[in-house]
Structures are given as structure tokens and as C-alpha cells.
Design a protein around this ligand. Structure first.
Ligand code: AMP
Ligand code: ZN
Length: 476
């Protein structure tokens, strides 16, 4: 039984979908004004892991991940969507391009990065700029119900009208009053009211007609519009990074629930931040690494995937090259083991020993069921490897068991999502050399066998002789 930590109730809850067998999921996607960094990747990996595990246990998942290409202002993460510059426009000025060119370029980069990380593609990536009419419709509905007000062409959500404001973040109006005051927009009634629509200055690059002014939407309204459009009024799971909780998603709840009169989200799931030197990795601070930085140092996207899965999504993690090095070694260890299994499976080895792989899979399931405990689930894999290698060394792993472990691994790996270099990538030419070497060894022609080994190594592969015969793998 899967339980997930729900930020709304601040406790682990048993997961139950609205409709049997189906799950609707929404993930706050990237603001496409610059390169995605590995902290962002951690947030999308959480969404991917939830989806993968739900599919593993038999659900049909529909995942929507939006592309923010308008309305996210530079001060939005601290203010209420009405101060600062549009991040897209600032980037367009910096790069001497149009906001649209900026958006498409970084959107493509984001999608490419997700692909390299083997993050399963969302069912749809709706763009904010393509949903302005839906946003206007919701704002009109909020006016009708008395939650929105307009002044000088700017429209705000009146937070005092929504009793539940603060239920996600704990930032109730009561709590906010005692905290630091934010800079007040002159058109607002209350400093914590947030922008739904902002009147655009004449020279503003991205603007639309609306009943209130020629302007642009506030950042938060886009997720309400796209979530209800593609998943309905109430959804099962909404994910994001912890910085999305306030003000962004608190505002999403307020405007969506006031508009629909229904509960917006059943499970709110958030990843804690990836830190660097103890501070949040962020685009605005510039203390970031991209996937390219990782690759330049000789690591792969899969090393990064394993590094992230090695810590629980609800613990803040400090990025270090040493931990990435360890992740690299662990990926190699898994890869080597799978190669060994394949080699044994392809022979006809019998053994009186039985490998109880079902027991391990039960442990894996229990770890994942407990709020997606990926570090524990990975440790189960390492246990399989230790036990399996011991058996291999003793010549005690049968081909039948190797096949069974291999099949279960594939299933478990549908959750981890590792792409391993595997036997399939060994070129035919190398396989032929291996065959020749085995013949030479059978004929006790060790000189020829050593020469062939050297030739294989020249091609970037290594040969490992085990109790059950030689195994070939790419040199690391
Ligand atoms: P942005 O493109 O800035 O809107 O961020 C995209 C996603 O990445 C959001 O869900 C953020 O919460 C998440 N995010 C940003 N920085 C980090 C970080 N350092 N660690 C984890 N998630 C992050
Ligand atoms: Zn959002």
C-alpha cells in the first residue's frame, strides 16, 4: 500500500486515487528563461519517480507539466506576483532575442535534458502563453463570486475572502501579519493579495487584451488554468520543489478552489532543495551546475540520476563531486552485475542453490511504498548484487536464477529508470573477438588468447574471467 507525505496534512497518507486505477498528476514546470540546472532536475525526478512507481503498481497515470513562458516576475518568489520584471523579457533583452525565441530555445533544452535523464515525457507540456483565454475566464469567474477586484487595470485576488488561505504553507493571514511586511502595490487592498492580471506598460513585449486592461497574467493563475483544463477540477497529485509552496501554490489553491467550489488537489508532494555549499542552487543566485557541467567532468546523466535517488526526496541534499563519484561507481557496479547475469543466463549452468529474488522484490516494494524511499530501495539492489556476486564467484548461480533475477531487475529498474550500457552495446566485432579468444583458450593457446585480449582492450573493452566463463564489458 503506497503512502505519500502530503504537504497539506503534513503527514504520510495512504494513496487513493479519485478514480479507480487512474491518476491525474500535475507538475509545476520550468520557467523557460535560462538553462535548467541540476536542482530543477531533482524536482522533475521526483515527479518522474512518483509516476514510474504508480505505473509499476498498476496505475494509469496522466501527467501534465506546464511551460511557464509569461508572467513569472523576478521578485515573484518573495512577493505576490506584482513586482519585478518579467523573467522572459529580461532574458530577451539580455540575449537580444524575442521572448518567444527565448522560450522555445530553453523549452527545447529542458526537454532534451529530461530525455537524457530518462525522465518519461509528460503527456502534455501546455504553455502559459497559449492559455491566456482560459486564465481570463477564471479571473472573470472570481469577479462574479466576489474574490477579485480591479484598480487601474490591475486585478488582484482578495485573500481575506478565502478562509483557507495558508493551509498548504502555514502562511495564514494571521501568521503573515506578524512576519515581515512586503512592499505594497499601490492598487492593492491588502499586501498579501496577489496579482491575477497586470496592466502592461506601452512598451511591454508580451501583452493581451482583457476586460480590465491590455496586460498579462500573474504567474500563479496559469497553473490553475492548465490544471483544470487538462485534468479537471480536482486532481490526485500536484508536485513541485519546496519553493513552489509559497506564494505560488498557496495562490493556486485559493484561486482554483474559489473558482470551482471544489477541492483542488488531494496530494501535494514536494522535493526539498538541492543545495550547494549549504545554499539553495538557483538560477537567480547563479550558484548552479547544468547537465553539461556534469558531463564535462566525465560523469553521465545516469550518474546524476543515481545520485539523486540515493537520497530521500524529502531531505535537503548538498551537491558534491565526491558523492557524484560514488554514484558513478555504483552505476558501474549495477551495470557489471547485469552483464554478469546476462552472460550466465545465456549459458547452461545448473546449481543446487536457490536465489530467492522474490524476497528482495518484496523489500523493494516495501521501501517504495513507504513514501518512495528510494535510498532504501537502492540498498536492496546492492544486497542482491553482493549476494549474487558471491554465488557467481562460487559458480553457484544457475542460468535459470540469473534469468529470474534479470527479469525482476528490469521490473524494479522501470522505477529507477537507469539506462545501462549493457551487453547490447557491445559491437559484433568485439563479440567475435571474444569468441575467438574462447576458442584459443580451449585449445590452450594462451599466447593467442592474450593477444586477442589486448586487442579487445585497445577497442575500449575489458574481459573478466569468472568461474562460469569470461564476461566482456566497456572499460570505465
Ligand atoms: P523554475 O524554473 O525556477 O520555476 O523552477 C523549476 C522547478 O525547479 C520548480 O519546481 C522549483 O521548485 C524547482 N527547483 C528550483 N531550484 C531547486 C533546487 N535547488 N532544488 C530542488 N528543486 C528546485
Ligand atoms: Zn505551478
Amino acid at each position: 500500500m503506497l503512502s505519500l507525505y502530503n504537504t497539506l496534512s503534513k503527514s504520510k497518507e495512504e494513496f487513493k486515487p479519485l478514480n479507480p486505477g487512474k491518476v491525474g498528476m500535475y507538475t509545476c514546470g520550468p520557467t523557460v528563461y535560462s538553462y535548467l540546472h541540476i536542482g530543477n532536475i531533482r524536482a522533475y525526478l521526483l515527479s518522474d519517480t512518483i509516476r514510474r512507481y504508480l505505473e509499476y503498481i498498476g496505475y494509469e497515470v496522466r501527467l501534465i507539466k506546464n511551460i511557464t513562458d509569461v508572467g513569472h516576475l523576478t521578485d515573484d518568489d518573495v512577493a505576490q506576483g506584482d513586482s519585478g520584471e518579467d523573467k522572459m523579457i529580461r532574458a530577451a533583452e539580455r540575449e537580444k532575442k524575442t521572448p518567444e525565441e527565448i522560450a522555445r530555445f530553453y523549452e527545447e533544452y529542458f526537454k532534451q535534458t529530461e530525455k537524457e535523464l530518462n525522465i518519461i515525457t509528460a503527456h502534455f507540456f501546455p504553455r502559459a502563453t497559449a492559455h491566456v483565454p482560459q486564465m481570463i475566464k477564471i479571473i472573470e469567474g472570481l469577479f462574479e463570486k466576489g474574490y477579485a477586484y480591479e484598480k487601474n487595470g490591475n486585478v488582484f485576488f482578495d485573500v481575506t475572502k478565502f478562509e483557507d488561505y495558508g493551509k498548504l504553507s502555514g502562511n495564514t493571514l494571521e501568521n503573515l501579519k506578524v512576519g515581515a511586511r512586503i512592499e505594497e502595490h499601490p492598487d492593492k487592498k491588502n499586501p498579501w493579495d496577489f496579482a491575477l492580471w497586470i496592466k502592461a506598460p506601452k512598451e511591454h513585449a508580451m501583452k493581451w487584451e482583457s476586460p480590465w486592461s491590455i496586460g498579462y497574467p500573474g504567474w500563479h493563475i496559469e497553473c490553475s488554468a492548465m490544471s483544470t483544463e487538462y485534468l479537471g477540477n480536482t486532481i490526485d497529485i500536484h508536485t513541485g520543489g519546496e519553493d513552489n509552496i509559497f506564494p505560488h501554490q498557496e495562490a493556486e489553491i485559493a484561486q482554483t478552489e474559489c473558482y470551482t467550489g471544489q477541492k483542488f488537489v488531494n496530494f501535494w508532494v514536494h522535493t526539498r532543495h538541492l543545495l550547494i555549499d549549504g545554499k539553495k542552487m538557483s538560477k537567480s543566485k547563479g550558484n548552479l551546475f547544468t547537465l553539461e557541467d556534469i558531463k564535462e567532468k566525465g560523469f553521465s546523466a545516469m550518474d546524476l540520476r543515481l545520485l539523486f535517488l540515493s537520497s530521500h526526496y524529502r531531505s535537503q541534499t548538498n551537491f558534491s563531486w565526491d558523492s557524484l563519484e560514488q554514484a558513478h561507481k555504483n552505476i558501474q557496479r549495477i551495470n557489471d552485475f547485469i552483464l554478469n547475469l546476462e552472460a550466465i543466463a545465456s549459458r547452461e549452468i545448473e546449481s543446487t542453490e536457490n536465489f530467492n529474488i522474490s524476497l528482495y522484490q518484496e523489500k523493494f516494494d516495501a521501501a517504495m511504498d513507504d513514501d518512495l524511499n528510494t535510498p532504501l530501495a537502492l540498498s536492496v539492489i546492492y544486497e542482491i548484487i553482493t549476494e549474487g556476486n558471491k554465488n557467481i564467484a562460487d559458480g553457484a548461480l544457475s542460468s535459470e536464477d540469473a534469468k529470474k533475477i534479470s527479469a525482476r531487475w528490469k521490473k524494479m529498474n522501470s522505477v529507477f529508470g537507469f539506462i545501462l550500457s549493457g551487453q547490447a552495446e557491445i559491437p559484433q566485432e568485439i563479440k567475435d573477438l571474444m569468441h575467438k579468444r574462447e576458442q584459443a583458450r580451449k585449445n590452450k593457446d594462451f599466447g593467442a588468447s592474450d593477444e586477442i585480449r589486448a586487442l579487445i582492450e585497445k577497442h575500449g573493452f575489458v574481459v573478466e574471467d569468472t568461474a562460469n566463463g569470461p564476461i566482456i564489458k566497456p572499460a570505465s
